[in-house]
Design a protein around this ligand. Structure first.
Ligand code: HEC
Length: 117
């Protein structure tokens, strides 16, 4: 009987040391994740359009009912600078809101629309 009791007492010791190893691995993984986030910051024009415009103007620019008009015919009439201006400042009275992207990102969206629509 006393021998069995000792064996049971010995058991809880090993999970403790295992726990420390797991904690070290955890912090390494967290550092890796931070680095990844920095690299992903640069979004393509397609990704930016999808995130900021497609809900109102549709995936192909032809518009969404009650949200935004078909902009494909308008794009041909507007210069890059005029479109960037519309993106950054919005258009109409509360019709199209100013979109929160940088001027550089707005230009990337224009490039995407000119290539794809
Ligand atoms: C919340 C809905 C909404 C979002 C989001 C939105 N738009 Fe618009 N957009 C509109 C509406 C509504 C108009 C029409 C405004 C007017 O003429 O009064 C418009 C007008 C435009 C026009 C001008 C068309 C013309 O007649 O001259 C362009 C170009 C345009 N949007 C591009 C974009 C781009 C690019 C994005 C993303 C960066 C975007 N819009 C995001 C609703 C939206």
């Amino acid at each position: 009987m006393p021998l069995l009791f000792l064996a049971l007492l010995a058991c809880p010791v090993s999970p403790d040391s295992g726990g420390e190893t797991a904690a070290d691995t955890g912090s390494d993984t967290a550092a890796d994740t931070d680095t990844d986030t920095g690299v992903e910051e640069e979004l393509t024009g397609a990704e930016l359009y999808e995130a900021h415009c497609s809900a109102c103007h549709g995936d192909d620019g032809t518009g969404v009912r009650n949200q935004g008009p078909n902009i494909v015919p308008e794009l041909a009439k507007l210069s890059d600078d005029q479109i960037v201006e519309i993106i950054l400042n919005g258009k109409g009275r509360n019709e199209m809101p100013a979109i929160r992207v940088t001027e550089e990102e707005a230009q990337r969206i224009v490039d995407f629309m000119r290539e794809s629509f």
